[in-house]
Design a protein around this ligand. Structure first.
Ligand code: BYC
Length: 483
């Protein structure tokens, strides 16, 4: 019997699921592996595949010490299959089966629903790697380059996590779905990725930081919901993915924070007090705060779309079946069935935005989105503290939930970031006040000059407070020459 906490690294596919005694699944995964490597080489980080990168690899699922740092070439990264330890006597936490023993096999009646959720989750992981593949070339430091690659290899591992579940529990159609996950491509006209935000471009590093801050946080919320699943293998795999996800959001939040910090420092040094004096601020080689706010507006609104419609039968069915719970379901004090409960849902009524009480069961997506907004606002508060510390009169704000939406109640509505409904003409006329224009994009791209000397940072971003794995400031996180 294999050690189910520490990971076995003596097989081609490191794992803590005793793969060596599961010949069928091992074979299926070994057949999938070359296609995965081809995908990584073709659509993963462009260049740098021969560089030695200081990466963490999971060696255990013990939260106290699960990781090991070392120099690794990315194609040789040990992508493994790791499930959090089984919780003894775990029960279905919600819905009509609430309190029954959690399922160790796929319940037949929910097979299609489960497969769809797993495929959607799986689809986002390689999509983000594809979106970020050009960024290495313009990395503002070796520290940031390492963080990018760390995020990328772990998103690759999250794909493995979903593919394992598909192969192990979904037979021939699971294998087919696993192939499809390598076939679809972010931004492709013929076979795009499944969710909107994963077909957008990530043209610069500020977009990357916003993406890891806002879109990875949607990932966190969705994984938290799937970690509540009554289908235990899915719950366990998502629980471990969440351990890795925390670093991705750290990269995003501190990346935006360091960008803001550098802007404020440069303004202070030059004696510029007006944050809206955009030309003067840009002339300092930093990104002005109003443009950072526009990027925030874009990425936050794209990420809200990932929660689906506020009122959703799909979400109600998944909750009722016990295959997707609410955020921290097991800590909520109610009947976990939502038989009578209501939840306030945003609606457009008679040309105005209002809240209407709806059956809570149908408002599961709305509730998760509200939890997300709360979770997100902490980061924005920290950025504002930083700005205030520099004495710059500016505050970052999350835009209204109705701003710039494609999915749900607000799809197609003309809502300003402040939450006012305006005419389509007015919205279009003011669009460039709220969302990055082509010229804003060009300016940001013009700043994306690589800085690859150890310990040095590009003009527009401040160094981090501490290094990764407590390494000193001039640590060589990526060895660019072939070793
Ligand atoms: N784009 O009832 P509805 C991450 C479709 S991120 C396109 O409103 P439902 C990560 C929907 O599929 C987390 N289509 O929504 C982050 C449905 O179509 P069908 C990824 C959309 O089903 C960074 C129809 O509209 N994980 O991990 O309740 C880096 C009506 O659906 C969209 C998950 O999302 C959209 N935005 O909820 C790396 C978890 N929204 O089936 C990774 C799994 C809706 O009628 N997925 N539609 O043809 C789910 O839980 C749900 O499917 C959704 C949608 C939350 C996505």
């Amino acid at each position: 019997m294999q050690d189910l906490v520490n990971v076995s690294y003596d097989t081609l596919i490191p794992n803590n699921v005793d793969l060596s005694s599961d010949r069928r699944v091992l074979k299926a995964l070994e057949r999938w592996h070359p296609g995965y490597l081809k995908w990584w080489n073709d659509l993963g980080p462009e260049g740098f595949q021969d560089s030695l990168v200081y990466l963490r690899t999971a060696v255990s699922v013990d939260p106290k010490g699960w990781t090991k740092f070392d120099y690794v070439r990315m194609p040789e990264y040990r992508w493994g299959i790791l499930l959090a330890p089984e919780v003894e006597d775990r029960r279905v936490p919600c819905g009509e089966h609430c309190g029954e023993p959690a399922w160790q096999e796929v319940p037949g009646e929910y097979r299609a629903m489960l497969r769809r959720l797993i495929v959607i989750q799986g689809d986002t992981e390689p999509a983000s790697v594809e979106q970020q593949r050009h960024l290495g070339k313009t990395a503002p430091s070796l520290y940031d380059m390492r963080n990018l690659f760390q995020v990328n290899v772990e998103e690759g591992r999250h794909l493995w996590a979903m593919v394992y579940i598909l192969h192990k529990y979904f037979g021939a159609d699971g294998r087919e779905e696993a192939e499809e996950l390598l076939r679809r491509q972010s931004g492709s006209a013929e076979a795009p990725r499944m969710l909107g935000a994963f077909n957008e471009e990530t043209p610069d590093w500020l977009s990357f930081f916003m993406f890891t801050c806002f879109t990875d946080r949607d990932g966190k919320m969705q994984l938290e919901s799937l970690a509540q699943s009554g289908f235990d293998p899915l719950s366990r795999t998502c629980r471990f993915m969440l351990t890795e996800e925390a670093h991705h959001m750290f990269v995003g939040e501190t990346g935006v924070g360091r960008t803001i910090q550098r802007t404020c420092e440069a303004m202070n040094q030059a004696g510029i007090e007006d944050p809206y004096d955009i030309e003067a601020v840009r002339a300092l080689g930093v990104i002005d705060l109003p443009t950072i706010q526009k990027k925030l507006n874009l990425h936050y609104s794209l990420s809200l779309d990932l929660f689906g419609s506020e009122v959703s039968t799909n979400a109600a069915n998944a909750f009722n079946a016990g295959i997707k719970g609410r955020f921290r379901e097991s800590r909520i004090d109610d009947d976990h069935q939502l038989a009578e409960a209501t939840y306030p849902v945003v609606q457009l009524v008679d040309g105005a935005i209002g809240l209407v009480d709806m059956p809570a069961l149908s408002a599961i997506n709305m509730r998760l989105r509200d939890d997300y907004t709360r979770d997100t606002s902490g980061g924005v508060r920290r950025w504002n503290t930083l700005i205030a510390k520099h004495g710059v009169p500016f505050e970052m704000r999350l835009p209204h939930d109705g701003f710039h939406r494609q999915i749900g109640v607000f799809a197609g509505a003309n809502v300003t970031p402040a939450g006012e409904l305006v005419s389509a003409e007015e919205w279009q006329a003011r669009r460039q006040e709220w969302l990055p224009s082509a010229a804003d994009g060009d300016f940001i791209v013009s700043l994306m000059q690589p800085e690859w000397r150890p310990g040095k940072f590009a003009s527009w971003i401040a160094p981090p407070k501490v290094g990764i794995d407590n390494k000193p400031g001039d640590f060589e996180y990526v060895k660019l020459e072939m070793a």
